[in-house]
Design a protein around this ligand. Structure first.
Ligand code: AMP
Length: 373
């Protein structure tokens, strides 16, 4: 059973091909600065044919997608025209994510009309979170229209939770996972239940992201419109492209550049780092309460795996909670490893675990196909 997982960004196309009988990865590749998804799909399929990973298109059982958000659809679903329309209804909430995914999925349908296309929505892991953690205090009508917290990065937080259960042993662990990369979130899982995520109704909320603002008091918007004459489109664009770590630092959206500038004495870059860390700690604190403690705090993704200084800042001064980072283990950590970086007497294990969202999607696609009569 060969399942291709397509990861579609606004200007990128990446893929991984799995043999889901063994979960072996057969191929991996992708393109940046993509202007035509059809072209990227053709080139990728040709590469897989040339390498022998996928000699015949008929051997492809399904294509899976880490889809983001659709109105009224939360789990794993075959991407019918109705589901694509439900995704379109949420384009305003996920403007950087849904339109490219919809365009890419439609291209796949053109090229592979008989192959099932399946999406695992990023909201899926939070479907069973307590209602009290997911509601905004808005008029009931708004809630019925879908104004509520959904939570995202579900495939990644799920992968981390399942992997940490395997690594530490146990079935009912309390895990706080910090996904820190281009977009960022802190998630809480208890056993097999995702119970909270810092991302709310849209993937723009929660922690500051590379270019996206993260949490912002909604009344900033009428203030900017009425007092400063900005249009709604200008505000939405700025919240998407000019906010986050870029807006704060004025240097870059990349944490490496920000760290370098801060080390040279750039005060805005230093403040950007501190705001980022403050926000991560805010959410870790919230989940320590919600879970009544934690077995593990886990770092993953580009920043989580590469930036020991950020891990150190996040974990500083938390002995009262039984959270003690081992500086030597933290400094010695190399990307790609799965490691515990806390001291031996730390009550909460601090870990770094590389994520693998694609395998979570592939497993769910397989499960959905096998459940069909
Ligand atoms: P991701 O979206 O997971 O690829 O993470 C991207 C972010 O991770 C970048 O914006 C960088 O800030 C950070 N990052 C990626 N690679 C490195 C690295 N080798 N060293 C430090 N930071 C990195």
């Amino acid at each position: 059973m060969k399942i291709l997982i397509a990861n579609i960004g606004s200007t990128s196309f990446k893929y991984r091909l799995f043999d889901m009988t063994t979960e072996a990865q057969l191929a991996k590749g992708g393109y940046e600065r993509v202007t035509d998804y059809g072209d990227a799909i053709d080139k990728s399929l040709a590469e897989m044919k040339a390498s022998g990973a996928l000699p015949r298109l008929e051997d492809l059982t399904a294509v899976g997608f880490k889809t983001v958000l659709a109105k009224g659809i939360y789990g794993c679903a075959e991407l019918t025209e109705d589901v694509l329309r439900a995704m379109e209804q949420m384009n305003d909430v996920a403007p950087s994510h849904n339109p490219p995914y919809i365009a890419g999925i439609r291209k796949f349908r053109e090229k592979l009309p008989r192959t099932p296309l399946v999406g695992l929505f990023e909201t899926a892991w939070w479907m069973n979170a307590p209602e009290a953690a997911m509601r905004y205090a808005v008029p009931e009508q708004w809630a019925e229209w879908g104004v509520r917290r959904y939570g995202f990065h579900g495939a990644s937080h799920r992968y981390i939770a399942e992997r940490v259960h395997q690594l530490l042993g146990g079935t009912d662990l309390k895990i706080i996972s910090c996904y820190l990369g281009g977009s960022n979130s802190v998630g809480a899982t208890h056993g097999t239940r995702g119970v909270g995520n810092s991302l709310g109704m849209s993937p723009q909320s929660g922690l500051p992201h590379n270019n996206r603002v993260g949490d912002l008091d909604s009344f900033a918007i009428p203030f900017l419109m009425k007092q400063h004459g900005l249009t709604l489109d200008q505000i939405v664009r700025a919240m998407n492209k000019e906010g986050g770590m870029l807006g704060l630092s004025g240097v870059s959206n990349d944490m490496r550049d920000i760290q370098e500038a801060a080390a040279k004495g750039n005060a805005r870059a230093q403040l950007a780092l501190e705001v980022f860390v403050h926000s991560i700690r805010h959410w870790i604190g919230a989940y320590l309460f919600q879970l009544n403690g934690a077995d593990a705090i886990v770092f993953t993704a580009g920043i989580g795996e590469n930036q020991k200084e950020i891990r150190e800042m996040v974990c500083a001064g938390l002995d009262w909670f039984g959270i003690r980072l081992d500086p030597q283990k933290n400094n010695a950590y190399q990307r790609g490893q799965e490691a515990v970086i806390s001291t031996t007497d730390s009550r909460v294990k601090i870990m770094v675990v590389p994520t693998n969202e694609e395998i979570v999607v592939a497993r769910e696609v397989k499960k959905l196909l096998e459940s069909k009569p």
